[in-house]
Ligand binder design. Structure first.
Ligand code: ATP
Length: 365
C-alpha cells in the first residue's frame, strides 16, 4: 500500500489582507519527487516553508508521515530544507558543514564520521572534504548543502529553487545528478521552481500553482497533453491560444466557433461548457502542420508567413491570418520568405477547448 509522506488539508496562509496560499489540498506519496511549479508570487515558497515548519498556516492541517507537524521540531524535525543560496557556514569545512546536523542531534562521533564519509562519497565531494565554501564552485557548494541536509536522513527533503544561482549548463548537469540522487536515497523530495523545463525533467508529479491555488497536478506528460486550463497550457510548454464560443459536445470531440471558423477539439475531463459560453482554444506550435499535408487534416486554412526563425533543430514560423497570429514549429530549416502565402492546419485531437480566462485575450493593437 502506498504511504503518504506529506499531506496538506485546506491549508491557508495570509500575510495581512493578502492570501498567499488559498486553501490547498495535497498528498505526496513516499519516495516521490514532487515539484511545486508556478510563476513568481504564486505561493510555492510559502507552501514549502509551511511544510518545513518555517511558517505556520492560518488554517488547515499539515501532516508529515501521518503526524501533525510540530511547531518547533528542532533538530529532530522530519524535514530538511535546501535553499538557492546554499546557506553553508562559511567558517566551517565541508566535513564540518555536513557533520553539523548530526552533532546537534548528539549522534556519536564514530557514527558521525561514517555517515559524513558515506554521504560525501555519494555526492562526489571526497576530494573537497577539507575545503571551505569560498574555495568551491556554486555547483559544489550546492552539493555540500544537499549532503548536509541528507546526512540527517530526513523523511522529506524540501528544495527551494536549489539550482537557481547556477549557470544554465551547471543547472542541467545538477538536475540529472539530483534525479539520480533522489532515486539512490529513496527520500521524498518536494521541490520548488518556476522553470517548467526543470520541473518536467525532474518530477514524478508536477503541482501547478496559480494565485495561491493548485490548478493541476499530474505527470509531466499528463499535464502537457491534457492541460486543465489555458494558464497551464501556456505555462507548461508553449501554446497558441485563440478565443471562441462553445457550440456542441459530441462526446469525445467538442466544437466551438473561433476567428478562424468552427474548430473541433477535446475538453478537459472536469470542464463541461454550455452552448454559447466563451471558451479558449489551445494548440501547440508543434501540432501546427505546414504545407500541402495540412489540407488532409480536420482543419486547414491559408495564412501569410510573417517571420521565420531557424533554431537549429527546428524552425519557428509566425503566421498571420487576419487579426490572428499563430506560431508553428517545423523540423529542420524552413525555406520560405516572409510575405509568402502558407497553408497550415491541424488534427482536432491536438486541439484543447478550455475555460475562458481573461488573461489570454490578446490586446487589440
Ligand atoms: P517566488 O518564486 O518569487 O519566491 P513564490 O511562488 O514562491 O514566488 P511566495 O514566496 O510563496 O511566492 O509568495 C507568495 C506571495 O506572498 C507573494 O506575493 C509574496 O509577496 C507574499 N509574501 C511571501 N512572504 C511574505 C511575507 N513574509 N510577508 C508578506 N508577504 C509575503
Amino acid at each position: 500500500m502506498s504511504q503518504i509522506d506529506v499531506e496538506l488539508q485546506s491549508v491557508v496562509k495570509r500575510f495581512g489582507s493578502f492570501t498567499a496560499v488559498d486553501g490547498i489540498n495535497l498528498a505526496v506519496q513516499r519516495g516521490q519527487f514532487v515539484t511545486l511549479l508556478g510563476p513568481s508570487g504564486c505561493g510555492k515558497t510559502t507552501t514549502l516553508r509551511m511544510i518545513g515548519g518555517l511558517e505556520l498556516p492560518d488554517s488547515g492541517r499539515i501532516l508529515i508521515g501521518g503526524e501533525p507537524l510540530a511547531v518547533d521540531g528542532g533538530a529532530s524535525r522530519p524535514t530538511r530544507m535546501v535553499f538557492q543560496n546554499y546557506a553553508l557556514f562559511p567558517h566551517m569545512t565541508v566535513a564540518e558543514n555536513v557533520a553539523f546536523g548530526l552533532r546537534m542531534q548528539k549522534v556519536q562521533k564514530a557514527e558521525i564520521e561514517a555517515r559524513v564519509r558515506d554521504i560525501v562519497n555519494l555526492l562526489g565531494l571526497s576530494v573537497h572534504i577539507g575545503k571551505f565554501p569560498r574555495q568551491m564552485s556554486g555547483g559544489q557548494q550546492q552539493r555540500v548543502a544537499l549532503a548536509r541536509a541528507l546526512v540527517t536522513r530526513p523523511r522529506v527533503l524540501l528544495l527551494d529553487e536549489p539550482l537557481g544561482a547556477l549557470d544554465l549548463k551547471m543547472r542541467k548537469h545538477m538536475q540529472n545528478e539530483l534525479k539520480k540522487l533522489q532515486r539512490e536515497v529513496g527520500i521524498t523530495f518536494v521541490y520548488v521552481t518556476h522553470d517548467q523545463e526543470e520541473a518536467m525533467n525532474l518530477s514524478d508529479t508536477i503541482v501547478v500553482m496559480d494565485h495561491g491555488l493548485i490548478v493541476q497536478q499530474g505527470t509531466a506528460a499528463e499535464i502537457y497533453q491534457n492541460p486543465a486550463t489555458a494558464y497551464v497550457a501556456d505555462f507548461i510548454g508553449e501554446a497558441n491560444i485563440l478565443t471562441g464560443v462553445f457550440q456542441d459536445d459530441m462526446g469525445g470531440y467538442a466544437s466551438a466557433t473561433s476567428p478562424l471558423g468552427v474548430l473541433g477539439g477535446r475538453l478537459p475531463e472536469a470542464y463541461r461548457p454550455v452552448a454559447g459560453e466563451s471558451v479558449l482554444f489551445s494548440i501547440r506550435p508543434e501540432h501546427v502542420v505546414i504545407g500541402p499535408a495540412a489540407s488532409t487534416l480536420d482543419f486547414s486554412q491559408t495564412g501569410v508567413l510573417a517571420e521565420v526563425a531557424y533554431l537549429g533543430g527546428s524552425s519557428r514560423l509566425t503566421i498571420t491570418v487576419g487579426q490572428n497570429t499563430l506560431r508553428a514549429d517545423v523540423p529542420g530549416l524552413f525555406t520560405a520568405r516572409a510575405g509568402d502565402a502558407i497553408a497550415f492546419g491541424w488534427l482536432a485531437e491536438n486541439v484543447r477547448i478550455l475555460q475562458h480566462d481573461a488573461r489570454f485575450i490578446a490586446p487589440v493593437i
